[in-house]
Design a protein around this ligand. Structure first.
Ligand SMILES: C[S@@+](CC[C@H](N)C(=O)[O-])C[C@H]1O[C@@H](n2cnc3c(N)ncnc32)[C@H](O)[C@@H]1O
Length: 277
């Protein structure tokens, strides 16, 4: 599959708003650059009118310009290999590509080939989810990673001692990539599955659920995640802004999910809830 890259030139404050708007029309991979950001979508899902509509809504605010180009899967791989920098999260987790040298002794070492999937740890939501995971007991647990992207959170869960992890995503290339990454990290206990909430039908309960997706999917599908959590079990959400936390909390209450805490960075949030009786 080929992809479309929409390159947006916009000031920082506007860029954050545009990322959220483009996420609503199907874009789920974003990369910052010096003058704005790039958003990526499968060529078949690219709709120039939808992008033009979003841009037109903000055209009066600051400098805003955009262009798009098609990149082949092969070129994409070359591009991310050129741009992907290793990073350390919370001083405890290294995230790097296979061709980066092993870091100095560090507790957790995650190797990722992001290809066209979201989840290299560079996005605030991924890093915040990992930070929250570090504070949650994973040992011997059965974990669900909904919206797995590269599988980075599933791999983190496995490294934190999870017994088994189900990693689910609606994008076929992402599921393929997550499976490759699970293998690269020697995580035989991660199962990668294509689909949305419907593929959870008939699943046994999970001891822990991770869901870094976006505000609307979380609001829509939270009932199904909550139904798979026993009393006392945690669920970690991300993919939404600080101003949407109240909305997420309100929906969570309906499904007996009690708010515990949240982390925030650049207005993005990762929040921890637990199932109550
Ligand atoms: C923000 S990315 C998170 C990726 C990774 N978990 C991370 O933390 O970096 C969201 C992912 O959710 C997937 N997604 C979107 N809608 C979904 C849905 N309804 N059910 C499951 N996954 C979904 C997207 O394809 C994307 O890979």
């Amino acid at each position: 599959m080929d992809f479309v890259e929409v390159r947006v030139l916009a000031p920082r404050e506007l860029a954050d708003i545009l990322v959220a708007e483009l996420a609503e029309v199907g874009y789920d991979t974003f990369e910052d650059h010096d003058e704005g950001f790039c958003a990526y979508i499968g060529e078949g899902d690219f709709n120039p009118d939808a992008v033009a509509e979003v841009m037109a809504r903000y055209s009066g605010i600051g400098t805003l310009d955009y262009s798009h180009r098609i990149i082949t899967r092969q070129n994409w791989n070359a591009e991310w290999e050129k741009n992907f920098q290793p990073l350390i999260i919370a001083d405890r987790v290294s995230v790097r590509a296979p061709f980066h040298p092993k870091p100095e002794p560090i507790e957790y070492d995650i190797v990722i080939m992001p290809r066209m999937s979201f989840g290299t740890g560079h996005h605030e939501t991924t890093a915040l989810m990992i930070e929250n995971q570090l504070g949650v007991d994973h040992a011997g647990k059965r974990v669900l990673d909904m919206g797995c992207g590269t599988g980075i959170l599933a791999i983190m869960a496995a490294q934190l001692g999870a017994r088994e992890v189900l990693a689910v995503d609606v994008e076929p290339w992402t599921v393929e990539n997550a499976a490759d990454n699970a293998a690269e990290n020697h995580c035989a206990n991660i199962e990668c599955r294509l689909g949305g909430v419907e593929v959870l039908a008939g699943e046994a309960p999970f001891d822990l659920i991770l869901a870094n997706i976006n505000r609307n999917v979380l609001l829509e599908d939270m009932y199904a995640y909550a139904a798979l959590l026993p009393t006392g079990a945690p669920i970690l959400f991300s993919g939404f802004y600080q101003e949407d936390l109240a909305l997420i909390e309100e929906e969570a209450k309906k499904h007996k999910l009690a708010f515990q805490s949240h982390l925030t960075k650049n207005n993005w949030v990762s929040a921890v809830f637990t199932k109550v009786a």
